[in-house]
Design a protein around this ligand. Structure first.
Ligand SMILES: [Fe+2]
Length: 332
């Protein structure tokens, strides 16, 4: 089993995708609105070409890198805050990314994260250097499942690289293949952790909700393990030393198995959010318009998850459906 799946977009496919995105941008669409525009689908041959190279990763590997798919014109300087990223100026790149994401499932955002935008801007921001959010920089971003607190979290997470001048790699690691004993896996299947929304969510609704115990691991088909893990925002519901030992062992195993995925401008990283956790190495922000800048899109496919998750309240966090949200995406 390879440790990475890589596809390489041929130049024609990338060019055709950007051409389609340019046409839609000229019609006034942005990455946040394009999927709700009637008739904004892709030509059949382009759609088929994309489906060929942007496939969901094998759950035992957990990610796929598509090299050079989103080669683009200069998007302008990296903003200092996601709110300053103009959806119109970045529309071609964002639209191309949204169209690719829609080939994989239902695309969505969160009403309380980046003001409901569909295409998120991940860039270092002054004042957030040491937080455990995507806008941090000088501290490593710890291993986490994206939006682990929510039962309807993305199962596919797309990260597209606008620029990355210092080669700050994304880190990935999974429980499948980690040296965990069967007993440790059984411990971690017990719903004994509470995972709260992270600091990138703007409202405090979570505080009034009763805590929900969730499983850290579950069994998927083909000997793969599902994972739901975000220790920075987790508290344990038990003092059982066997559970604590298994949870700590998982943390060590993720660290031992971790790999760095380099991303260059135009590269797309597709992450199976049920298979692997992700993080980022520390780096020194420049704040001069040349900083690392990624775009993030969340996708939910009909893949099943443990039945117990259906009853979770998700701390009241609501999704914005990219396919239905005509006129509701705010421009920040
Ligand atoms: Fe993340």
């Amino acid at each position: 089993m390879p440790t990475q799946e890589t596809s390489r977009a041929d130049r024609t496919l990338g060019k055709d995708l950007l051409r389609a995105a340019r046409t839609l941008a000229a019609g006034g669409a942005t990455g946040d609105t394009v999927l709700s525009v009637p008739g904004a689908g892709l030509p059949e041959d382009l759609a088929a070409g994309l489906d060929d190279i942007v496939r969901p990763p094998d759950p035992r590997v957990g990610h796929r890198v598509v090299k050079g798919l989103l080669r683009h014109d200069d998007p302008g300087p990296t903003p200092l805050h996601w709110r300053a990223a103009d959806p119109s100026r970045g529309a071609v790149f964002d639209i191309a990314l949204a169209l690719v994401a829609a080939r994989l499932g239902r695309v969505f955002g969160w009403r309380n994260q980046q003001e409901g935008r569909i295409v998120h801007n991940i860039l270092p921001s002054p004042g957030q250097e040491r937080l455990q959010v995507g806008a941090s920089s000088v501290v490593p971003l710890a291993w986490h499942t994206e939006d682990a607190f929510h039962p309807q979290r993305a199962d596919l997470l797309l990260l597209a690289c606008v620029r990355n001048p210092d080669d700050v790699g994304s880190r990935l690691s999974g429980a499948t293949g980690a040296a965990l004993s069967a007993a440790e896996v059984e411990q971690l299947r017990r719903p004994l952790t509470v995972v709260l929304p992270d600091d990138s969510y703007s409202d405090q609704e979570a505080e009034g909700r009763p805590p929900v115990g969730v499983s850290t691991l579950w069994r998927r088909g083909g000997n793969a393990l599902g994972i739901r893990y975000d220790p920075s925002y987790t508290r344990r519901l038990t003092g059982d030393p066997a559970f604590a030992a298994a949870y700590d062992r998982l943390g060590h195993a993720l660290e031992e198995n971790g790999r760095v995925v380099p991303l260059e401008p135009g590269d797309l990283l597709v992450i199976d959010n049920d298979a692997v956790v992700h993080g980022r190495l520390a780096f020194t922000p420049r704040y001069d318009g040349t900083d690392r800048w990624l775009k993030r899109v969340l996708v939910r496919s009909p893949r099943p998850r443990p039945a117990g998750e259906r009853h979770e309240h998700g701390y009241g966090q609501e999704q914005v459906d990219a396919q239905e949200q005509v006129g509701t995406a705010r421009q920040g």
